[in-house]
Design a protein around this ligand. Sequence first.
Ligand SMILES: C[S@@+](CC[C@H](N)C(=O)[O-])C[C@H]1O[C@@H](n2cnc3c(N)ncnc32)[C@H](O)[C@@H]1O
Length: 347
Amino acid sequence: MRLQKVIIEKIKKRGFIPFDEFMEMALYYPELGYYTRADIKIGREGDFFTASHLGEVFGFLLSRQIEILWQRLGYPEDFAVTEIGPGMGYLAKDILNSLESHIPLKYNLVEINSSLAEIQKERLKKHKNKTSWYHSIENLSPFEGVIICNEVFDALPVRLFEIRQTPQEVYVTVNEKEMFEEVFSPCRNDTLQYLMDFAPWTLKMQGYRSEVNITMKSIIEKMSKVLKRGYIVVFDYGYTAEEYYHPSRNKGTLLCYYKHTINENPYINIGEQDITAHVNFTALQKWATQEGFSIEKFSSQGSYLVSLCDEKLLKKIQEKDLIQQFKRLVLPEGMGQSHRVMVLSRL
Ligand SMILES: C[S@@+](CC[C@H](N)C(=O)[O-])C[C@H]1O[C@@H](n2cnc3c(N)ncnc32)[C@H](O)[C@@H]1O
């Protein structure tokens, strides 16, 4: 309720705010936002699961990927893995537990929520000598290695657009009952440019509504500044631009998660529900290429993880009786098809 009041006050002062600003406040307003609250919970007790919550297999497989990338980089001495938005710290723990000890690895965790950082520190205390925490990507010193983002880009604030007489953006206002309401205003220049770049066919489609994630560009630029040489591995649910902005997907992909139920109303449960949108992997590719990255791989999470599973790993998975977990990660009826991976390199 406190956050709702803060947003209402802001809107009353300005009349209306763009949807991305509303979403930014709902998710990231200091101490009150969904991801910045001290009592944030992700997983069984929270509102949604990610691959790292299914168990240790995801970490086993990623540790194999890290070994391969370390070899490809020529076994650098000062090699670092940086995980952005590490959630409950399970993936970091599973990677560090299963990485071969001869890899001289530092593991950086970029966590904006200090309460969550404490939970991660407790979970990773066995690896105290290898781990460091940072509040933002900009605070990292430039390094060689690998950046991992698991379901980070889907949690960035998005703009909403709707094609009316002309392309319009959604703004949020409040009515006399202090309920949030949408109003429309012509698209800002960079929103229009994005639509011309990635979805020009939607511009004449009356009633077409979807999202634009411009924040992703600035995150890639920040990563580019700190990664001297190496790889970025991005896991997320998402589409190519053609799939994302397909004429049939005319209501976009914005969804809210609240206690493991899904709704389409971002104007309720303020600060208590996750708000998320799929990732436009074509935009990710374009913006990463502009920063000098090449696309090493773009595939479904399923086929990517299967390709990492060599005989030794498969034996380990079987011996530990983790086949069901593996199946949930790779099969289409689990996360294998809905989630994708893009591996970017700059060497
Ligand atoms: C959907 S959660 C995923 C958490 C975790 N990676 C997992 O798989 O369980 C998205 C996370 O990304 C974080 N995030 C978003 N933007 C960020 C940024 N610029 N820097 C660091 N973390 C960020 C959020 O705070 C949130 O913890």
